[in-house]
Design a protein around this ligand. Structure first.
Ligand code: ARG
Ligand code: ZN
Length: 861
């Protein structure tokens, strides 16, 4: 027996450079499930073929189970052995039929990986390495197999039996059980396997593909939730049509099913023909879901659907290539969402998200390249870097190639690698050939971690101007020295007096440590607009004055750049003010100007007038001072609230009493309304709490109700408790809405948030067994800068306690919530010491999972 502590002290590190092709292939797989929550018997019949000239035995991955029987070519054998968690079977020929039988216990599976029970139903999650918890198999993404699945289950409890591909046959048995068989003609890796058995109702529609294939679409949920599935179904139809027009990609089976489950470790999963979703990304109606939820549902439904080509038809050779499917698919879903509503607002939201999660990751102890070199636990690499920075890499290539070149590149990629397990390199090569460009240096984006910093300075002399650029890529763990990267920067100059464009937009490919770019024929003093549309995922430091930033926030013709100028102005103001130099005038004037503009989309206005988050302000400081940041931000909010009170009230009144509609205009109105309400409350206006309560009370939709509740939850008013109680009694039977109740309180800016959150962890409705619930309290609290970073260390201790408890049930979800503790280097020595002490306590915990061990031990380095 291996000592667990010892094995954790020397964890197995998997390295990209060690990749070798599989020794055995499995062209066909037959699975037979005798389903039961307590004991499910799985019989796997694998046709295996030797891959190449070698004498190695067959090695099948397992996790936790024991083989009950093993046969080779129909004959029981007993010369198999167990090596670690692998089943090793000696084989002599070039091809054999290997059959194994195991028993597993879905209802004791709290990790929610493999086959597990959720809300009385049975479902699976196999990515990345969950399939080995179901049966013995070469559980790696480059072993593609054609699956036939037979399921037998009690008909009363599990009337619906679903698996990948197309249904083949079904029938009843004597003892109240029934069976169904499914066949998926497309060879797929084991991580895309799925089955569902349960008591489910379906919302159906159909879609005719561009070549005339009639596809039956179904969203399966518990009966009572059926009315909440229309939005997701509509989004699926839109996504299918969008992928045909935008990428020429068509669906390839006769059925496409989606199942929603309440207990799920992440958002959703793209299993071939049978996507399984966290119910929060399917269920919506105006009374229970916010506009944000509606948008997220459409985005995730599209994301998983798009994986059918970018992920399933072409999968990953090994898990180091994860961004091949995730980065590209995020880029695709971002394009889809941009086409459904406001392109500018979508870009602002995506950049906000990148800065909130990926930039800190890239600047901290868990930084890793988009194509990592090593890992201990692959589940820890489903990160903002792989997903969101990965998407930015695709976006940059699209910018370099232009729309036609990019489409030629993706056509070539889909054509050349269809049916294979590919690499990031294969994608880049396709872009080079399709777009006829050289991406040699661009490849550094895949191998170098860290967010590049660009300093930009524009000088001008008569009718000429020079833009001087410098880049620096910071050191990250294991990568002390970096080379300069290719940064596609969209640049344009505006006239400081006229506000008119002085140049066309230029795409500058800045690929050296230093460079300078000349502009000629300028009629007046130029103001620099740079990294327009956030064309490169970098930090830009420029010498633009507050006046220039205010000018751009009013005159730039790229809405993103306009937003960005305002953010920079706000950031500069807040950082100065956290350091004791408060001058709010520039920001107040710029915000007033934006509120007064009549040509702007209201959703854009709402985004533009929002102050940067506390954590983003902290990222600009040498040592993060959460209390000073909070005070500076609140002071600016108060000034903006009082000085512009009339404008906020006007914005607030706009659209008052309009009936709810999920339209771009309706969304914009509601978003601006809630932002305005926040500023009115910040002003300290005597009627603010009453105003918020009235909105809370009369809202005909969850967006307005939550907007009001969020404002109330941070207030000192007594009405706060009344609203929370009303909300609770109204929605305590709806898990997804109750998550919002927990989350709103964990995000509160009140002084007593730490104590409130500790109390909520003892609430009867709090549980660590449901990942959504755990995230709604613990995750939201870890992101609450002020409460979490309380100087007494209580926030750090609370998080560590919860993670240690959660790790025993669900290591993946625990590990995902650890990163806030890893930010210790960014804080003063007292806080850093307290955070380190908690990380050390986690690492020393007996029986810790390798998921949490990897994250905690790396965070200490
Ligand atoms: N592939 C899924 C997606 O669409 C997510 C799977 C996450 N798996 C994990 N082990 N974290 O993004
Ligand atoms: Zn994905």
């Amino acid at each position: 027996m291996l000592d667990i502590q010892n094995s954790l002290a020397h964890p197995l590190v998997i390295r990209r450079e060690d990749y070798t092709p599989p020794e055995w292939l499995v062209p066909e797989t037959k699975l037979d499930f005798d389903l039961d929550p307590a004991t499910t018997r799985v019989t796997a019949t694998l046709s295996v073929t030797r891959n190449g000239d070698h004498a190695a035995p067959l090695r099948l991955d397992g996790a936790g189970q024991k083989p009950m029987s093993v046969t080779v070519d129909g004959v029981a054998i007993n010369d198999w052995r167990i090596d670690g968690e692998q089943l090793v079977i000696p084989l002599t020929g070039a091809a054999h039929i290997v059959e194994t039988q195991v028993e597993i216990a879905p209802d004791r599976n709290t990790q929610l990986m493999g086959l597990y029970a959720s809300g009385g139903n049975l479902c699976t999650q196999c990515e990345a390495e969950g399939f080995r918890r179901i049966t013995y198999f070469p559980d790696r993404p480059d072993v593609l197999s054609v699956y036939s699945v037979r399921m037998t289950a009690d008909k009363k409890h599990f009337p619906v039996l679903l698996a990948n591909g197309d249904p083949v046959a079904q029938g009843d048995l004597e003892d109240g059980r029934h069976w169904a068989t499914w066949h998926d003609p497309f060879p797929k890796p084991s991580y895309l396997f799925a089955l569902v058995a349960g008591d489910l109702a379906v919302n159906r529609s159909s879609f005719t593909t561009m070549s005339g294939r009639e596809v039956s679409l179904g969203i399966w949920v518990r009966e009572a939730d059926l009315p909440k599935t229309d939005h997701a179904l509509k989004a699926l139809e839109l996504a299918m049509a969008w992928d045909e027009t935008t990428y020429g990609r068509e669906y390839d089976l006769d059925v496409f099913n989606i199942v929603a489950v309440d207990d799920f470790n992440f958002g959703a999963m793209e299993n071939k023909g049978l996507n399984i979703f966290n119910s929060r990304y399917i269920l919506a109606d105006p009374d229970t879901a916010t506009d944000y939820d509606y948008d997220a549902i459409a985005a995730v439904v599209a994301h998983e659907y798009f994986h059918n080509w970018s992920g399933n038809r072409i999968t990953c050779r090994d898990w180091f290539q994860l961004s091949l499917k995730e980065g590209f698919t995020v880029y695709r879903d971002q394009g889809f969402s941009a086409d459904q509503g406001s392109r500018a607002v979508k870009r602002i939201e995506d950049v906000r998200g990148l800065r909130a999660s990926q930039f800190p990751e890239d600047a901290g102890p868990l930084a890793h390249p988009v194509r990592p070199e090593s890992y201990q636990e692959i589940s820890n690499f489903y990160t903002a870097t792989i997903y969101n920075k990965g998407a930015e890499l695709i976006r940059m290539m699209a910018a370099i190639l232009g729309p036609q070149g990019f489409r030629a590149g993706t056509d070539l990629y889909f054509d050349r690698y269809d049916g294979t397990a590919a690499t990031c390199e294969d994608f880049v090569t396709s872009m080079e050939e399709g777009g006829k460009v050289d991406l040699t240096q661009f490849r550094l984006w895949y191998s170098q971690a860290g967010t590049p910093r660009v300093s930009a300075s524009l000088s001008h002399d008569g009718d000429r101007a020079t833009l001087r650029l410098a880049q620096q890529v910071p050191a990250t763990p294991g990568q002390p020295v970096k080379s300069p990267m290719v940064l596609p920067l969209r640049v344009k100059l505006f006239g400081a007096e006229s506000g008119a464009a002085l140049t066309d937009e230029r795409l500058v490919l800045f690929d050296d440590t230093l460079d300078s770019i000349e502009f000629e024929g300028l009629a007046e003093r130029p103001v620099l607009s740079i990294n327009r549309g956030f064309s490169a995922p970098v930090v830009v430091e420029s010498d633009r004055t507050a006046a220039d930033l205010a000018f751009l926030s009013a005159h730039d013709d790229d809405p993103f750049a306009r937003y960005e100028a305002m953010q920079q102005l706000m950031l500069d103001t807040l950082v100065a003010s956290a350091g004791g130099h408060a001058d709010h005038e520039g920001v107040i004037a710029a915000v007033a100007n934006t509120l007064a503009a009549t040509d702007l989309d209201l959703a854009f206005v709402a985004e533009a007038v929002l102050l940067p988050s506390e954590s983003f302000i902290g990222d600009q400081m040498a040592v993060v001072d959460p209390d000073a940041i909070f005070r500076a931000r609140e002071a600016l909010r108060r000034d903006l609230g009082t000085r512009l009170e009339a404008q906020w009230r006007q914005a607030y009144a706009q659209g008052e009493g309009q009936p709810y509609a999920y339209t771009p205009e309706g969304k914009g109105l509601r978003r601006l309304r809630t932002v305005a309400l926040g500023y009115i409350a910040a002003s300290g206006a005597a009627d603010a709490a009453d105003l918020a309560f009235a909105q809370f009370d009369s809202a005909d939709n969850m967006t307005d109700r939550m907007g009001a509740l969020t404002t109330l939850v941070s207030s000192e008013s007594e009405i706060r408790t009344t609203a929370l109680d009303i909300f609770y009694s109204q929605y305590c039977d709806n898990a997804l809405v109750l998550d919002k109740w927990f989350q709103a309180q964990a995000q509160s800016s009140r002084d007593d948030t730490g104590a409130i959150v500790a109390g909520l962890a003892e609430h009867a409705d709090f549980t660590l067994t449901n990942p959504n619930r755990a995230r709604s309290l613990i995750g939201a609290f870890g992101a609450n800068q002020r409460a979490f970073n309380n100087a007494d260390g209580s926030g750090y201790r609370f998080l560590a306690d919860q993670l240690i408890a959660l790790d025993r049930l669900n290591p993946q979800t625990a590990a995902k919530l650890l990163p806030p503790l890893g930010r210790w280097r960014r804080f003063d020595s007292a806080r850093a010491g307290l955070m380190r002490a908690e990380l050390e306590r986690i690492v020393r915990t007996p029986g810790l999972s390798k998921d949490l061990f990897e994250q905690a031990s790396k965070s200490l380095e």
